[in-house]
Design a protein around this ligand. Sequence first.
Ligand SMILES: Cc1ncc(COP(=O)(O)O)c(C=O)c1O
Length: 356
Amino acid sequence: MTVRPNVRAMSGYVPGEQLNDPEIVKLNTNENPYPPSPRVFEAVRAALTPNSLRKYPQPLGDTFRKAAGRVLNVDPDAILIGNGSDDILTILTRAFVPEGGLIASPTPSYILYKSLAEIQGARFAAVPLTADWQPDADRWPRDAHLSFVPNPNSPSGTVIAPAQLAALAGLVSPAPFVCDEAYADFADGNSLALLPSVPNLIVTRTMSKSYALAGIRFGFAVARPELVRELVKVKDSYNCDVLSLAAATAAIEDQDYFRDIRAKIRATRDRMTTDLTALGFEVTPSHANFVWCRRADRALKPIYEALKARKILVRYMSYAAGPVGHPEGSAYDGLRISVGTDTEIDQLCAALRTFL
Ligand SMILES: Cc1ncc(COP(=O)(O)O)c(C=O)c1O
């Protein structure tokens, strides 16, 4: 069979391990350690009727768009729904990047952006982040057809100030500039307020992390309504099913619950940063629901393996290049550890103490 050569040549995005062992303390893919709002269960049960399963769902997710528009204070027509925010990133790539085109993103960062470029048959520019995890505007390719900048960044959990984002977006304008806000709900701010003044800005969000719906698959983008109308042409007609639409709508409407679990996660993040630092890790101050940990005195992969042997799963990550200042030509690695419940973080630290 004739698979396109660019697809045959690529290795494919490898997601974090999903082990089916209920005893595992799972701190490797930044899921929320708390369940979704009780209202989500009610809404999904209510949506489970013969008629709603028999019929196609709302193609644009109008009920969700109205609810999200109210909560985020944006025009519902500015919202594009997706089957997870990865679906949104795929739609954006298909809409904006020609074969042989150019996608730019910082590095070290979310690895999927490169896979999207490979699938599209596009080139990929990995722009090194500065030593304090800021995008280097001087090195950002002005001719990128699409720029992806996660804010907060993964794996570092660091943030870029809105003024810097706006300046970077200006450099590539009128080409689209995507601010991937998968983790923005755990930070102090976000870039939604930039939308009226930065016309090429597209903000992407997920319900997987702060709303605890990773299993449901729901994400969305916020952009100018005229752009959303173009993007709708690229997406699958019914890219979100009735159950995910019901769940996402109920979740975003329950802002009290959302604020409650977000506050708990932020408190555990601070405590976890202190505890891991006391155990000898260099922990990058995080604005997300994970922390990036390194240490100079030991190899990091064996720590990941020793934790796994004790049924604690964290993410070991290795990049070809690190931020500016990391010796060129040497791999840059670390442990990205999701913020769990306080009990889970106690278990993590107790396990680390047994062998560090
Ligand atoms: C930076 C970033 N963007 C997007 C996603 C995708 O989230 P989802 O497809 O679950 O909405 C992730 C998931 O880990 C992520 O880390």
